[in-house]
Design a protein around this ligand. Structure first.
Ligand code: A2P
Length: 272
């Protein structure tokens, strides 16, 4: 079985390049998909306080019997807790039933709260020093937000942003790379919107792969961390098997050409 690469983080740790996202899976429904994901081989799970399924993720981890140190668990701080990050983090940790998380992320810069994310960041640095968080990072940060964090002297390990072929965020990914921050793609399939493009379909036909696998292989080829979500066993397997799909430089360039500025989630400049 092919395993995801372990990509180096700027704090000396590593992250499995392919993970399993659980956005929009209800707590009561998350056990089945996670059980299947663990069976298939996923060890990196991406949740958030906002998803209200951390308890279910914790249940599934416990039921899996997989050793804690083989897992990579991410959760995220919600926007209205930036001034209260330690308490919010401990609530997440309790729900997960864990002693530590591998990656804790500020979910949005949330401009309405006037850079309160800087207060959260200091708390996260302390939680990391206390051993309750292995690595710290952010989501949906713009270039100017990253520059503010950089001024604290501690850079995020990752910036998880909406990224898919019709919204490739080329400049933001370059900004992340220039700071040594890994880009992690959320909604890597564009919530299905990118699956039917004729270019993707033609590449999938040529490779005997599905369009979802072609898109995931494109993320992997770019060196992004990618966390596809599915509740369906065959898709959970199929997405894992994208690890065995390799694109030619020409195919990558073709997919790079699909930018339509097609943002499907909120704009971080406005969203709080
Ligand atoms: P489902 O959970 O019913 O499989 P994104 O990760 O870009 O937000 O996209 C998630 C959406 O894509 C979900 O609606 C999920 O639906 C669907 N999806 C996930 N994997 C696949 C796949 N391999 N083929 C088609 N649709 C998929």
């Amino acid at each position: 079985m092919t395993s995801p690469k372990l990509l180096p983080l700027n704090d000396g740790r590593t992250i499995p390049q392919l993970g399993f996202g659980v956005y929009k899976i209800d707590d009561a429904d998350v056990d089945g998909p996670l059980e299947h994901a663990f069976e298939v081989g996923y060890r990196h799970i991406d949740t958030a306080a906002l998803y209200h399924n951390e308890a279910g993720v914790g249940r599934a981890i416990g039921a899996s019997g997989i050793a804690r140190d083989e897992l990579f668990i991410t959760t995220k701080l919600w926007n209205d807790r930036h001034l209260d990050a330690k308490a919010a983090f401990h609530e997440s940790l309790d729900k997960l039933g864990l002693d530590y998380v591998d990656l804790y992320l500020i979910h949005w810069p949330a401009p309405k709260y006037n850079q309160a994310f800087l207060t959260a960041w200091q708390d996260m640095i302390e939680l990391r020093a206390a051993g309750e968080i292995r690595s710290i990072g952010v989501c949906n940060f713009r270039a100017e937000d990253l520059d503010e964090l950089a001024a604290t002297g501690v850079l995020p390990t990752v910036n998880q942003i909406e990224l898919h072929p019709s919204f490739p965020q080329t400049e933001m990914a370059a900004k992340n790379a220039s700071l040594g921050v890994l880009t992690e793609s959320w909604s890597p399939l564009g919530r299905s919107a990118d699956l039917d493009h004729p270019v993707t379909t033609q590449i999938a036909d040529a490779l005997g792969a599905t369009t979802a696998q072609v898109i995931l292989a494109w993320h992997l080829a770019h060196g992004y961390v990618v966390i596809p979500k599915s509740t369906k066993p065959e898709r959970i397997q199929q997405n894992w098997d994208s690890l065995d799909v390799s694109l030619t430089p020409e195919q990558i360039a073709q997919l790079d050409g699909l930018d339509q500025g097609n943002r499907i989630g909120p704009d971080p400049a406005e969203f709080s």
